[in-house]
Design a protein around this ligand. Structure first.
Ligand code: SF4
Length: 178
């Protein structure tokens, strides 16, 4: 499997994504992270990629136990010239998601048949979500939506999120591998 993992890292590099190997035990799932979705996110309930439309934290904890490794994926964007950070975030996370999804597909083709991407931010493939997802093949949820503490995970890898740095924005995803 080492060769297959290396090929995923090569592909990530080709896509301009930074990649860090994870053991699933590195991934902390916390109720307080999910609480921030329900009490504080302006998008709560609007997207089918996010709570309350996705699996619960407890369900995700069980799913996570069925994986042994994962790759933390980061694409950092220079946003110093952007006039509106929210508009930029929408555009940038969509582009990063497409690259990360391509990596998930590559992982599948390399034998990781349960490869599952947790995407950067809420899904914005459509202008608005319909009652039923318009593109279920693209529907993925973000790590925070299932309680993953990204700050702690980044710290474990010697990295930082810098929530209030609007000149550099990081799109962060996790690719679960099995
Ligand atoms: S693909 Fe479209 S309908 Fe489905 S979650 Fe994403 S934005 Fe919503």
């Amino acid at each position: 499997m080492k060769k297959e993992i290396q090929s995923l890292f090569d592909k990530a590099k080709e896509l301009n994504l930074s990649a860090f190997m994870l053991d699933v035990s590195d991934i902390d799932v916390e109720n307080r992270v999910r609480m921030k979705c329900a009490y504080g996110c302006r998008g709560y309930g609007k997207r089918l990629s996010c709570p309350p439309h996705i699996i619960s934290i407890d369900e995700f904890r069980k799913v996570l136990n069925e994986y042994s490794s994962a790759i933390l994926l980061i694409e950092e964007h220079d946003t110093s010239g952007e006039k509106g950070i929210l508009k930029a975030w929408s555009r940038l996370r969509k582009g990063s998601f497409h690259k990360m999804l391509e990596l998930e597909h590559t992982a599948f083709r390399h034998g990781f048949v349960y490869a599952q991407l947790l995407r950067p931010g809420a899904c914005n493939e459509c202008d608005t979500c319909a009652e039923q997802c318009n593109k279920p093949e693209m529907r993925r949820f973000p790590p925070e939506a299932v309680g993953i503490n990204l700050s702690i995970l980044m710290e474990k890898k010697g990295l930082e999120i810098e929530y209030c740095n609007f000149n550099r924005v990081k799109c962060i995803g996790i690719l679960l591998l099995e």
